[in-house]
Design a protein around this ligand. Structure first.
Ligand SMILES: [Fe+2]
Ligand SMILES: [Fe+2]
Length: 285
């Protein structure tokens, strides 16, 4: 099967995940200049479960506000449109993809732990370097590996081949895919993001997160997510060793030199934030 046939097959899958309406509406709305706080509130308030979840998020230690935020319009005023939009997107995506728990050795909870680690680390890197919006980087980090879920749910045969090779040949997931499949999870994720009409920068970051391409629409975001992914992978293997960054792209290494040199100083704090984010996003209420 070539890459086109593979991606075409994605189109013909009847139960390919579709995004909840709320995400589509919120996304569409923010491209409008005259979006008012009231309009955004109305959309979110149609979904009471979402309201509860967002209020829990903005009042959690993750944002660290001392006074209690009581309603969605208050949350928008304090945290801004973009933060609330991205919170809605994050909550919806995790919910959409967590229906089935495991697929042949692939643990969805481990998957989200990694994605949340990359999201929080990306947010930290963007805050430190001021190279991109921290909220956009969070969502890009959260979604960077989404293609893996689709692969494991809808291309089980290919997925188990790759998984076997990871276990037996000591390859990384990406290396095994390059060897065995016509496309990789990055392409699949990018394809899906396009179908969902996500911003071009997000599509580009997902598609190229393993191999930096300088011509993407937002190179800074791509570099941040790529670097955060490498850091998260290093610490998932062993938190006590000095991290090695052989897998990192030279372009990213140059742009993130300061952060990489001091990673063992700041990562423990970020790791604590990752824990609290996991606790929030991965516990059912
Ligand atoms: Fe990946
Ligand atoms: Fe990853």
């Amino acid at each position: 099967m070539d890459s086109q046939t593979f991606l075409k097959k994605l189109d013909s899958i009847p139960d390919i995940p579709t995004l909840p309406n709320i995400v589509i509406e919120v996304n569409k709305m923010l491209q409008d200049y005259d979006t008012s706080i009231k309009k955004l509130c109305n959309i979110i308030e149609k979904d009471q479960a979402m309201v509860t979840k967002i209020l829990r998020l903005v009042n959690s230690s993750f944002y660290g506000f001392r006074s209690k935020i009581k309603n969605i319009s208050h949350a928008i005023i304090i945290l801004g449109f973009n933060t609330i939009k991205n919170a809605v997107v994050s909550v919806s995506i995790i919910k959409t993809f967590s229906g089935k728990k495991t697929f042949g050795g692939f643990e969805i909870t481990d998957f989200w732990r990694h994605s949340i680690a990359v999201a929080v680390t990306s947010m930290y890197l963007s805050e430190q370097t001021k190279l991109d919006s921290p909220d956009d980087c969070f969502v890009a980090g959260l979604l960077h590996d989404i293609g893996k879920v689709v692969l494991s749910q809808h291309f089980t045969e290919s997925f188990s081949q790759v998984w076997k090779s990871v276990k037996e040949d000591g390859l990384s997931f990406f290396e095994a895919e390059q060897k065995l499949l016509p496309v990789n999870h990055a392409r699949i994720g990018g394809y899906l993001a396009k179908k969902w009409q996500f911003p071009v920068s997000l599509i580009d970051t997902i598609t190229h997160h393993h191999q930096i391409r300088k011509t993407v629409s937002n190179l800074n975001q791509l570099i941040i997510v790529h670097t955060a992914d490498t850091i998260a992978n290093n610490y998932e293997i062993d938190s006590d060793i000095t991290p090695v960054f052989s897998a990192i792209d030279p372009e990213a290494k140059k742009a993130m030199a300061g952060q990489l040199e001091t990673v063992s100083d700041w990562f423990p704090d970020v790791a604590a934030e990752i824990e609290s984010a996991c606790e929030f996003f991965l516990t059912e209420e």
